[in-house]
Design a binder for this molecule. Structure first.
Ligand SMILES: Nc1ncnc2c1ncn2[C@@H]1O[C@H](COP(=O)(O)OP(=O)(O)O)[C@@H](O)[C@H]1O
Ligand SMILES: [Mg+2]
Length: 252
């Protein structure tokens, strides 16, 4: 049965999609079967993986119009359920009783087919993120290495609490992943300490690996390739490899 991981932080630009891409591609390279689901109407993961946003998408899966099996596209990066821009209206049209369980129910049919299911979520705490957190076994919180970015984690925890209470009591927080740190300044002591404090407060850890800011990440996304494909020997690919080994302790 797949381990389902939601990559979530309501702040934009903190490396959610980049981390979802690296996890999907990196776990596949390690020999795992991986499905990525793009729940962000902006569709960054969909674009980087060269999946098509036309036809069956995560939108149809959530509305029940599409069978989940029919929404999966096989890309070089891995299997992907693409996003659709119409997801932007999800809070207005996914409103009926049981609305939090749409994704969880859809995944019942396919979760035995994968080792990992990675869900990229939008920069918002609405129904899409709640569906991801209800379906997931665990959450990874990417956070940019600055004080203001970290402060938002408190707010995220206020969404996790009711999801645990009403929808998914077993939801684990795997950890906080510090992203986009400047190699020149190294990780500042204040930021590292604040991250540790927050992690303790929400009952998790800060991952030992952190991800440096590197232009190779942006290049790979422009070329629509994974970081391991575009710059396999770069330091930032090494950061993500180390992080993936922290997640994937058992190996393929
Ligand atoms: N480690 C990194 N080094 C350089 N640029 C990065 C890195 N991680 C993310 N970015 C860039 O920062 C922007 C936001 O990253 P993204 O993963 O899309 O964040 P989110 O999904 O949280 O909004 C993107 O333009 C991406 O290319
Ligand atoms: Mg994103």
């Amino acid at each position: 049965m797949a381990r389902i991981i939601s990559i979530t932080n309501q702040k934009g630009g903190v490396g959610k999609s980049t981390t979802a891409e690296a996890l999907t591609a990196g776990l596949k390279l390690k020999g795992h079967s991986v499905l990525a689901i793009d729940l962000d109407p902006q569709g960054n993961l969909t674009h980087t993986s060269r999946a098509s946003a036309k036809g069956a998408t995560a939108l149809g899966v959530l509305t029940g119009d599409v069978k989940v099996e029919n929404a999966i596209q096989n890309t070089e990066m891995g299997d992907i359920i693409p996003a659709h821009s119409g997801l932007a209206g999800a809070d207005a049209f996914i409103t009926d009783t049981g609305k939090e369980y749409r994704l969880k129910e859809a995944l019942e049919n396919i979760k035995d087919n994968y080792d990992y299911i990675i869900i990229d979520t939008p920069p918002a705490l609405g129904i899409l993120t709640v569906n991801a957190l209800t379906a997931a076994d665990s959450i990874i919180i990417p956070a940019q290495c600055d004080i203001y970015s970290l402060a938002g984690i408190d707010q995220l925890f206020n969404t996790i609490k009711p999801v645990r209470k009403y929808c998914n009591p077993d939801l684990q927080i795997e950890g906080i992943l510090l992203t986009r740190y400047s190699a020149r300044t190294t990780l500042s002591k204040e930021v590292a300490e604040l991250a540790e404090q927050l992690a303790e407060k929400i009952g998790t850890k800060v991952f030992k690996s952190s991800i440096r800011e590197a232009v190779a990440i942006k290049e790979a996304q422009i070329l629509q390739k994974s970081i391991f494909d575009h710059a396999p020997s770069s330091k930032v690919a090494g950061d993500y490899k180390q992080f993936i080994d922290e997640i994937d302790t058992k190996g393929a």
